[in-house]
Design a protein around this ligand. Structure first.
Ligand code: PGA
Length: 256
């Protein structure tokens, strides 16, 4: 796991943009897994600055609320169009974003797994982290080998989400999410976390034991996980200075 600590959320977004564009430069038809939430919005602003870079990119996303159609502004599908897709050059045939208005989430889950396989797997998966340690909607206790499936959300996850939307009515406690195993199959993981509210869970994710109680700890097992933090979310890391030193000295071994 590579830990990169930036001064603030603006610098974090800048650095995350560089990581995405570096992967895109190597593979213009990148299979890119998108994430929702407050954290990646700054990154999506950076990506919008180069709209032509995405003409061949294949898009997937981590999760979606059950029963909420793409036209609903509370859906993740809508969020991703709003913050990214509508601003960049893309091909409709390459959009494989989840939709929540289906009758059979089990069938959709199987389709998603097959679709990911048919395009050769996800190259770069963007991730946020919940305060409870979830990635996607893999809540604590999710099997670390789980595949895409329907999932019931924790009340705290739903409450956190409800803070960010206009609607007072709960969106849905049910969702579809890529599994932890599905996420781990991605060739490169890019996790972003910002703000003091994430400091405790980031410490557990990076320096705590691997456990399904904190699904994000699975990143410790991934061969290529890049974690970009700001000073606030990194504040509780024991080896904070070491991670900074490693990053600053990368050039010495020709990795920069
Ligand atoms: P946030 O959500 O970016 O809004 O904090 C992250 C998550 O729950 O995965």
């Amino acid at each position: 796991m590579e830990i990169i600590i930036e001064p603030d959320a603006t610098a974090l977004a800048e650095r995350a943009g560089q990581v995405v564009f570096a992967d895109l430069a190597k593979k213009p038809d990148l299979v890119l897994g998108l994430a929702t939430g407050k954290t990646p919005i700054g990154l999506y602003e950076k990506l919008r600055a180069r709209p032509d870079a995405f003409a061949q990119v294949r898009f997937f996303n981590l999760d979606e609320f059950f029963g909420v159609p793409p036209s609903d502004s509370n859906s993740f599908n809508y969020f991703l169009h709003f913050h990214l897709i509508r601003h960049i050059r893309h091909q409709e045939k390459n959009l494989h974003l989840l939709r929540g208005d289906v009758n059979d989430l089990e069938a959709l889950s199987r389709e998603v797994e097959e679709k990911i396989k048919s395009v050769g797997g996800i190259d770069l998966q963007i991730l946020g982290i919940g305060k409870n340690g979830h990635i996607g909607f893999n809540e604590p206790g999710s099997s670390l080998g789980s595949r895409t499936r329907p999932k019931t959300l924790e009340a705290s996850t739903l409450a956190e989400y409800m803070k960010n939307i206009d609607s007072r009515a709960p969106v849905s406690s049910f969702a579809i999410t890529m599994g932890v195993g599905t996420i781990m199959d991605s060739r490169h993981l890019l996790m972003l976390a910002s703000g003091s509210g994430k400091a405790e869970i980031i410490r557990e994710m990076v320096e705590g034991p691997i456990t399904s109680e904190i699904p994000a700890t699975c990143l410790q097992l991934h061969p290529r996980a890049t974690v970009i933090l700001d000073e606030e979310s990194a504040a509780k890391l024991k080896r904070r200075d070491y991670y900074k030193w490693v990053f600053e000295n990368k050039w010495r071994v020709g990795q920069k």
